[in-house]
Write a protein that binds this ligand. Structure first.
Ligand SMILES: N[C@@H](CCC(=O)N[C@@H](CS)C(=O)NCC(=O)O)C(=O)O
Length: 207
């Protein structure tokens, strides 16, 4: 039996399937060859039914050898500390991985999620549009210059950045061929495909 458990909802509606953030942790485990179990909390009543494990009533959260962690980014970095596949051991490579992992969360997703939310709520031309465009344009320049974000090879930073950018509404926001190629390349990895298929099957089983 695995001492690594990823927790997610038992079911979600069709819309978020394939994007629920337990996929990030599944993907990292698949990349690293870490065996894991998936357990679930009820989607119904999520606002209060697991606040002891995730203080915002969200998923995912992780148990690893008795260590409990919420926040997908924290879970990814914890897993990266166990596997050089996800983060190099050398100081410079590790620092680069750390900075780009935080950049994915705090410089891109911090803008893209509120922008997406406003757009989906009918405010297509919302005040975050210019901010997001600027961030995506900077990334486009970077992806035009290099294959990987950190350490000259695949790391957990690429996993997270690709997961943030693969949201179709964000990708459809302007012509950015280098970004498109980057997301296509990273999500073409067998570990992503397995994690994605497993998540889809997990929620479908509860329909
Ligand atoms: N910052 C959190 C965000 C988690 C999050 O947004 N989880 C979504 C699923 S991907 C969720 O639980 N949504 C339900 C809700 O917010 O009520 C993380 O990265 O773990």
């Amino acid at each position: 039996m695995s001492d690594l458990t990823i927790w997610t909802y038992d079911w979600v509606p069709d819309g978020p399937r394939g994007f629920v953030r337990d996929l990030r942790l599944r993907w990292a485990c698949e990349e690293a060859g870490l065996s894991y179990a998936v357990r679930k909390v009820p989607f119904e009543g999520r606002e209060t039914n697991h606040l002891d494990r995730q203080p915002f009533g969200q998923v995912p959260f992780l148990d690893y050898g008795g260590v409990q962690i919420f926040e997908s980014g924290a879970g990814l970095l914890h897993l990266a500390g166990k596997s050089e596949t996800l983060m190099p051991a050398d100081v410079v490579g590790a620092a680069e991985t750390l900075q780009w992992t935080i950049a994915a969360l705090n410089s891109i997703e911090m803008v893209s999620v509120p922008w997406w939310f406003l757009k989906m709520s009918g405010d297509a031309d919302n005040p975050l549009t210019g901010w997001l465009r600027q961030r995506l344009d900077h990334l486009e320049r970077i992806f035009g210059e290099r294959e990987w974000l950190a350490a000259g090879r695949f790391t957990v930073a690429d996993l997270l950045m690709a997961d943030v950018l693969r949201v179709s509404t964000v990708r459809a926001f302007g012509e950015r061929p280098a970004t498109e190629a980057y997301v296509a390349r990273i999500t073409d990895r067998p570990a992503f495909k397995k994690a994605h298929a497993d998540q889809m099957a997990h929620f479908a089983a509860a329909d």
